[in-house]
Each structure stands twice: as C-alpha cells, then as structure tokens.
Write a protein that binds this ligand. Sequence first.
Ligand code: XMP
Length: 515
Amino acid sequence: PVLVVDFGAQYAQLIARRVREANVYSEVVPHTATVEEIVARQPAAVILSGGPSSVYADGAPQLDARLFDHGIPVFGICYGFQAMAGALGGTVTHTGTREYGRTQLSVDGGVLHEGLPATQPVWMSHGDAVTDAPAGFEVTATSAGAPVAAFEDRARRLAGVQYHPEVLHSPHGQQVLSRFLRDIAGIAPTWTAANIAEDLIEQVRTQVGDGQAICGLSGGVDSAVAAALVQRAIGDKLTCVFVDHGLLRAGEREQVQQDFVASTGARLITVDAVDTFLGELDGVSDPETKRKIIGREFIRSFEGAVSEVLGEAAEHGGAVDFLVQGTLYPDVVESGGGTGTANIKSHHNVGGLPEDLQFKLVEPLRLLFKDEVRAVGRALGLPEEIVARQPFPGPGLAIRIVGSVNQERLTLLRHADSIVREELTAAGLDGQIWQCPVVLLADVRSVGVQGDGRTYGHPIVLRPVSSEDAMTADWTRLPYEVLERISTRITNEVPDVNRVVLDVTSKPPGTIEWE
Ligand code: XMP
C-alpha cells in the first residue's frame, strides 16, 4: 500500500481517498507508527499529511528521519513537507507571516507540475515556511509566503508541496498527486473496482471457508454490496435477512426482494414486521423514543430470523458462524482503528449487533470508501437504483414525520417523497445532492385554497443538502423550475398537503434530518 502518515489535521483520510482515486491502494497510519512498523508494511510509498500549523508548536508530532534510510518514495504535504525538509537538512523558518486559503503558486520546472499552468491557484494553510530546500532537491514552485512551495529529488524518489493538493480548492492537486505516484514513485495504477472485487471475494472465501454466513440487508448500498461480495464467494452458504419495518420509501422493499435477488442470486428471508413496528410506534412522537423502539424491534425481528436460519442449519448438521457487516473504512478509522486522532462519530445505525449471538464478523468493505463501495457494486452487476442510492436513515420515514407515526401519514409522506425523487432524478440533480429528506409536519396545519374551497392541510418540507460526509452540510441551491414542478405536483397529487416549503439551513446549526 501507499501509507499516509496522519499528523492529525483531518486531511489524512482525504489524502488516502485521493490516492485511491488515482487507482493506487492507500491506508492511513497514525504518526505514532514507528519507522520499523512502516517499513514492515513494505509500502510502495509514504505520504506525510498536513498537521498543526507549525513544526515548532508545543507537542507538534515529530518525524523520525530514519524513514529516509530505506529507499521508500516519500511525499510531504504541508506540515509533512516541512517536517520532511527539516529531517533532511533543509531550513524551516518561523516567518510570522501566515498564508491561508487560496494562493497563487508559480511553477518552474520539475515533474510534479509538468504541463500544468505556470501560475495556478492552490490551497495553503501554514505559518512556517521552508526557506532552504535540503541538498539534492530541486525547488519547483514558489508562492508569496513560501519561498520553497514544492521540491523534488527524483533520484531518491522524494518530493513534497507546501499546499494541500488533496482539497478541491487546488484544482490541479489530483494531477500532482498522480504525478508523484506514477512518475516519481513509479507505482502502477492497478487499484480498480474489478480488481478490488476479485481480491475481496478471494479474501472472504479464505476467511469463511466451508462455513455459513448471515447478512442483514437494510436496503442501503453498504449491506447490499457486502452481501453481494459474500454471495459471490460462498454462494448459497450465505443467507440474507431483510426486516421490513414498514418505514421504507416507495419501491424499496421491491428493490431488495426483486432487484437485489435477481442480480446476485442470493438467498433471502424477508421478515414482514410492519404491524409490529407500527403497533409499537402508535402515538409516539418523541424522536429519541421512536429511535429506541425501532432499534429494539429491529433486533427482535432480526434475531427471530437468525434463530430460524440457525435451526435450519442445525437440522442439516451445520452451523452459522459468520455475520456479514457493511462496515466502511471511515468507520474503522474514526473508531480508532486507523489513526491517533480518533474523532468518534456516534453511529446511530438501527439495530447494531445482537449481543448474545456469537458470530465471527465478515466485513469485506472495511478498507473501502463509499465511492469505492459503489464502484465495486457496479462491478458486481448490482442495479443503479441500489448502487447510487442516497443515504437513508435506519429508522426510515418514522423520523421524517414530525409527530406520531401511522399508516396514513406514512402513505402520504411516501407519495410526496417519491415525487421529489422522481423530479430530482429527471432533472439530473442526483449527483449534486447528498440526500434530500422530505419531511411531513404532521401536527401542523395551515390554511389554503384549492379550487373554490378553503383547505386546512399539512406542509411538506424539502431538505436537499450537499455534503462530503454528513458531518457538515449546506442546503442545495435547486433550480427554481425544479422546485416549482415539485411543489405543483405534491400539492396537486398528494391529498391533505396544501403547502411545500424549502429548508434553507446549513448544518450546523441544523441537522440534516428534522428529528
Ligand atoms: P443528521 O440528521 O444527524 O444526519 O445531520 C446525519 C446523517 O445520518 C443520518 N441519520 C441516521 N442514520 N439512523 C441512521 O442510520 C439514525 O437514527 C439517523 N439519524 C440521522 C442522516 O440521514 C444523515 O445522512
């Protein structure tokens, strides 16, 4: 792999993603990893990430100069660039002038920026600057605040840049990273969806052997792709379980029961738990109570199905030892599995693991980012409706009805939601939108007029957001024509709705969901 050493500024994961976008496999390691540990992984290259603003800051992580004794190609970024310069005998000066944000870079020679514009915008964020490059390095770019803004030593396969090539504000950054990987480090771009799928299928085969496995399908991308991989690896020894809690959107049950099964050939058990869920949710309007009920009932239903599968296996003298989970790489990194800067997000997936069931976990996606999961899904032949699906919360439409949940309200919301999805897709906007919750304010009524009569109906809220990771988000500026079409259709076609409103709040302060 290419190892990205995380100096703790949240850029490391993004760098790893960009390296993979260049079709080279990459992982994040904490800056506390020793040179011995890094060398033992036999990295194709090492990338030193950004970090604190100054190498002179209190407690700034140090770079062990012995890293450069092993002939490993190294690329330094921002803090990593300065740390690299310092370790190799260059000069890093505390200049006192900070350079922050969009900056003009002047390029002069070298391989990294070859063929790119001589002056180009890049994203800077630094207080110190490299004022002398180490011996053997050619200085190939400068900026107003950085006399040495990029350097390279092709013979030793070392290079670095002061700016952040991984962020979108550095429009040529991805090319620069690719240049390093290909032209300086000499790495072949073989990390492609088809290869990934093949490797993962082989790994699952090795892990599970002759064993049997079970997988809960949520209707979402991750569990579908995980299940599809395991199905390819072990065929009918995988049983998929889908709990229909009645809180899904229009067509989603069919997607799992028909499209998923048709494209994978997987064995599927559907648990129809709609009445149980709606019964338990009756009269409940507090969001957290809804979540608790749904979580509890989900585990119950799932466990019921699991014991059936276990019983069936036992009849044939077998056992089910493995549980498939669609855990992704960001979850692994964020729960401390990959870096020193654990930034723990609360994972509020419905269900979680039934605690008293003893399974070994199969997590074929644990080293993949979301876009890679989608690419692997496509390589496995999963339909676009599943692979391109936007995130949808485990508790489903229950947390998009502000007020208590019942069948009538669900039907109404499902109808409005399907109109929104249809229109956004027809307008070609899916790619710009992270997700678009459609919310029913079930306890609010407002006066309207339709035909000759006064109406007293409910509002529907549209909440289109753009985001990279759901941690922060901005409201998406949808074209007025599209909003107009959605509004007209919802008020005409959905009974009891006489108003459509648009949520124009970013996150923070708003969350993406209304509950
Ligand atoms: P918020 O509303 O916290 O949402 O800004 C961030 C992301 O998480 C999803 N979300 C959930 N997902 N169970 C889930 O599986 C939940 O209870 C839940 N609540 C929010 C939300 O759709 C968004 O993608």
